[in-house]
Design a protein around this ligand. Sequence first.
Ligand SMILES: CC(=O)N[C@@H]1[C@@H](OP(=O)(O)OP(=O)(O)OC[C@H]2O[C@@H](n3ccc(=O)[nH]c3=O)[C@H](O)[C@@H]2O)O[C@H](CO)[C@@H](O)[C@@H]1O
Length: 378
Amino acid sequence: MDQRLVGIVCGTRPEIIKLAPVYHALRQHQELCVLWVHTGQHDAMAADMLRCFGIVPDVHLCRKGTSLEQFSVDCRSQLDDLMARQRWDLCIVQGDTESAFLGALAAFYRRVPVGHVEAGLRTYNLERPFPEEGLRQMISRIACMHWAPTERAREALLREGIPAQQIELTGNTVVDAQQWICERHGLRREGPATSGHILVTAHRRENWGDEMEQTFHAVADIARAHPQLKVLFPVHLNPVVQRPAHAILQGLANVQLVAPLDYLGMQQALVNAQLLLTDSGGLQEEAPTFGVPTLVLRHETERPEAVEAGCARLVGPKREAIVREATRLLDEPAAAAAMRRVANPFGDGQASRRIAQAVMARVAPVAEVATDLAALAA
Ligand SMILES: CC(=O)N[C@@H]1[C@@H](OP(=O)(O)OP(=O)(O)OC[C@H]2O[C@@H](n3ccc(=O)[nH]c3=O)[C@H](O)[C@@H]2O)O[C@H](CO)[C@@H](O)[C@@H]1O
C-alpha cells in the first residue's frame, strides 16, 4: 500500500507526553507511516518519557553543545537533511518549544504542511512566557492544521485571521496521556484527599532568579508552619533550579527534594496530592483530572480555563501571596473542597482520536474512501 509519511518532531518532556497519545492514535491507521523524530533537546527527561509511553524514536538527532543557539542551528540543518531525503506529507509539532518551532520551520521551507497540536494558547506578552509566546505565535503563522485544545484557544486563532476550516477544537491531548497511563497502571488515590502531600514544581525561565528564590522561601515557610505535612518537590535538572532549591529547602525534615519523576511516578504523586504549587503548563492541565487544587506560580497563564472554572488560582511567584493562599486552602477545608469538585476544562481524553481523524482526512482521503468502499462491499 502507498503509505503517507507523517513526521512528528519533538524533543522535550512535555512535548513527548502530549504527542505520545497522538502517535499511538495515528499508528492505528495503516495508511500512515508515522515517523517519530526526537530532536534531542531534552536528554534524560525525554528518555524516561519515551520509555513510559513505549515509543522508540525512528530518528534521533544528535544535539551538539549546550546553548539553545547551537542546538537550534544544528537541529534545523539536521531536520532539513531528513526532509530532503524523503518527502513528508505532514509534519506534526506540539506547543511552543524550540524543537516545535524548528520542526515547523524546516517543514515550511520544504513545503510540507504543518499540523500544530495545542494551537492558540496565548498571553500576548512576548516576555512571558519567554520565548514560548513568540514561538507559538510564529508556528501559528506557518501551520495549516491548528488543533485547539479549548474554545478560548480556537477563538484566539480566529481573531488572528486563521480560516475557521483550518481549526479544530480537539481538547488537550494531555488528558489522553493521563488516561493512557491510568488505564495501564490502575492509578488511584492512596488515602483521603485532605491527607495527601503538597506537590511542588518550578522551572519557568521567566521566574529564574529572585522570583524563584521567593517561591522556594514560600515553600519553606509553609513546610515550617505545617510540620505534619509532607512536601514533595521533584526538582528540574536545570542547575538554575537545582541550586536555589537545595540551598533554601534542603534540611527541612518534611520537604523531600527528589529527581524528576517519570510520568507514572508524577501522576501517582499528583493523584495523592492535596495541593499543587506549580508554574508548569502541563501540570495546570493535569491537576483537575484528579481534582487537585492548584496554585499557579506565575504572573500570567495561557491556561486561564482552570482559574475561570475554579480549580486553580493565579498567585504569582512571590513569597507572601503563595504563603497566604496555601495557608487559606490548608486551613479552610471548604475552600479546597470546592476547588476539588470542578471537572477538567481542558479535555475529555478524545483529543488524539480527533487529531488522527483530521490527519486521515487531509493526507489519506483516497485511502479512507477506498477503505469505506471495501467495508461496504464486504
Ligand atoms: C510556556 C509553557 O507553559 N510551556 C509549556 C511547557 O511545558 P510545561 O511547563 O508543562 O513543562 P514541564 O513542567 O517540564 O512538564 C510538564 C509535564 O511533565 C510532567 N512531569 C513533570 C515533572 C516531573 O518530574 N515529571 C513529569 O512527568 C508533568 O506531569 C507534565 O505532564 O512546554 C510545553 C511543550 O511545548 C508546552 O506545551 C507548554 O505550553
